[in-house]
Design a protein around this ligand. Structure first.
Ligand code: G3P
Length: 217
């Protein structure tokens, strides 16, 4: 499973990248706002840092302008994935840009039918938003499972990029179901290392080690 980091914070990306935990990065207008950075400038810096796909989102709502914005974003670097919303105009944009050889990430997916359309339009990635479905008392993981089944039934090679991941359990479940990629905030990726029995075991080892009076260095 690939790990993408869902942030536009350079320091956080760099920290995880140094550990080999970053297969790509996703951003969106809200994350650009949070970073306080210029979209073109920060996206270029992220692309310089990370080898894998870096999603940068268009903000126009009609296809002609989305296509123009997507082409401009794609000029930033070879590893840009143009992110478009799951609307008819977004799907048109996906078809055109993927036909030109650009990676396209279709975002704001909340149903299996939407995911089917994105695959047919040539999407490289489909981004179902798990957490936001959970927020309205639906089960986001059911959507990941449905898309996995449908894509496998017909051999679509669009990658399932589980997004809006809020918890470590979302990561486990996405991996169990067979999502190709998860994108999660840095804090969730770091929390994957946590286990109370690890902390407890380490405390016990440290206490016993102190009693030996020995040193390794
Ligand atoms: O990858 C999509 C993500 O940024 C949305 O997450 O937590 O705002 O639903 P959230």
């Amino acid at each position: 499973m690939k790990f993408f980091v869902d942030t536009a914070e350079i320091d956080a990306i760099a920290e995880l990248n140094d550990l080999g935990m970053v297969d790509g990065v996703t951003t969106n207008p809200s994350l650009i706002l949070k970073s306080g950075r210029d979209i073109l400038e920060v996206t270029r810096e992220i692309c310089d840092l990370v080898d894998g796909p870096v999603s940068a989102e268009v903000v126009a709502l009609n296809a002609d302008d989305m296509i123009a914005e997507g082409r401009k974003l794609a000029q930033i670097a070879d590893n840009i994935a143009v992110k478009v919303p799951l609307t008819w105009d977004g799907l048109k944009t996906c078809k055109v840009l993927s036909g030109e050889g650009h990676m396209v990430n279709v975002t704001l997916c909340f149903s299996a039918n939407q995911a089917l359309l994105a695959a047919k339009a040539g999407a490289t990635f489909i981004s179902p938003f798990i957490g936001r479905l959970d927020d309205i008392n639906l089960d986001g993981m059911d959507l990941i499972a449905d898309i996995r089944t449908i894509y496998d039934n017909y051999g679509f090679d669009t990658q399932i990029l589980a997004a809006s991941i809020r918890t470590v359990n979302h990561v486990t479940e996405s991996a169990r179901i067979g999502a190709d990629v998860i994108t999660a905030p840095p804090g969730v990726i770091k929390a994957l290392a946590n286990h109370p029995l690890t902390d407890k075991g380490l405390d016990a080892f440290m206490a016993d080690w102190a009693k030996t009076g020995q040193k390794i260095l």
